[in-house]
Write a protein that binds this ligand. Structure first.
Ligand code: ATP
Length: 305
């Protein structure tokens, strides 16, 4: 009938539009799956098991795609042994964050190579590589979800018992249990707002749950109150134990406890040593320490004893 033909015509029109839309969505998904510039190897080298947590930068040079004429790292070389705690300090723009971005392979190096456990990042499966690292960022993202789900983000599929053990180890359980509905309390956008110290401990709990051999820690610059500060330091000490830790350091306590400090300036390592040796040297580090760690000369001399 006329009616049926009309209906079919309309249907086929709708169908055409739908399949076009589906095609577009597919292409968009493909585009999003592709990280610009980063190619996953067709035949990735397996990461050695058990993981050691060794990091090696070998004459790494790099410029951001957005400013190809301005190199962010110049033939940067350093090795971090399994279990070592190494602090990176340096003035703004020195390249500290770039070191973290390259380690996670957000970009590929222009020259030289980066290895984790002896495997060149470009030859590793990106997912296997990222599974070896836990990141505690400076600005912690809290999702509009329960505290439990926010912690589980560190390892999707973790059991309640594992989530709660991580929260305890991160010195977070006490404040969580004081929230209206404990682990089920909604936080983030429409829920309870967490303080800076509480957010940091959620990030530490996520990293504990992840249980990766390498920890990348970007220390918060903002000051916490003394109680919160102590709790965060205790939580971090637990997390760092038996892991390779690379920390962009902003606190005196961190550099005092680091096995080694790398001092960066303008994309290079310009000094290297312990807090004590670097303060004694009286170079860039000694100057930065005075300014950045908000410690008077007396405090630093005392710390260096
Ligand atoms: P800060 O202490 O301020 O965080 P940083 O030591 O972490 O500094 P990086 O962020 O690694 O320094 O920056 C190193 C250099 O690369 C700087 O000159 C910076 O301007 C540049 N840079 C950083 N990110 C980008 C980007 N996405 N695109 C282009 N240039 C960038």
């Amino acid at each position: 009938s006329v009616f049926a033909a009309g209906a079919l015509g309309a249907l086929s029109e709708v169908w055409g539009e739908l399949s076009q839309a589906a095609g577009a969505a597919e292409r968009l998904t493909e585009l999003l799956a592709e990280e610009p510039g980063i190619k996953a190897p067709l035949d990735p080298k397996p990461m050695p098991v058990p993981a050691r947590g060794e990091i090696a930068f070998d004459r790494v040079s790099f410029a951001y795609p957005a400013s190809p004429d301005r190199s962010a790292l110049h033939e940067l070389s350093f090795t971090i042994r399994p279990g070592e705690t190494v602090a990176i300090v340096g003035p703004s723009g020195a390249g500290k964050t770039t070191v973290f971005s390259l380690l996670q392979r957000f970009y590929d190096v222009d020259g030289g190579a980066i290895g984790v456990d002896g495997i060149d990042l470009r030859e590793a499966d990106p997912q296997a590589l990222r599974a070896r690292m836990a990141i505690v960022p400076q600005d912690v993202t809290i999702f509009a979800a329960s505290v439990r789900d926010n912690i589980a983000f560190g390892r999707p599929g973790a059991s309640d018992a594992e989530i709660e053990a991580a929260a305890r180890a991160a010195q977070a359980e006490e404040f969580i249990l004081r929230l209206g509905r404990g682990y089920d309390t909604e936080v983030g956008e429409r829920g309870v707002t967490l303080s800076g110290g509480q957010r940091q401990r959620i990030a530490i709990a996520r990293a504990i749950l992840r249980d990766a051999p390498i920890l990348l820690l970007d220390e918060a610059t903002s000051a916490l109150d003394a109680t919160s500060e102590t709790l965060v330091q205790e939580a971090l000490a637990g997390l760092m134990r038996a892991r390779t830790t690379l920390v962009i350091a902003h606190r005196l306590a961190t550099v005092l406890e680091a096995d080694r400090i790398l001092v960066m300036d303008d994309g290079r390592i310009v000094e290297e040593g312990t807090h004590r040796s670097l303060v004694a040297k009286g170079g860039l580090y000694a100057e930065l320490a005075r300014l950045q760690f908000d410690a008077g000369a007396g405090a630093l001399e005392g710390a260096a004893e």
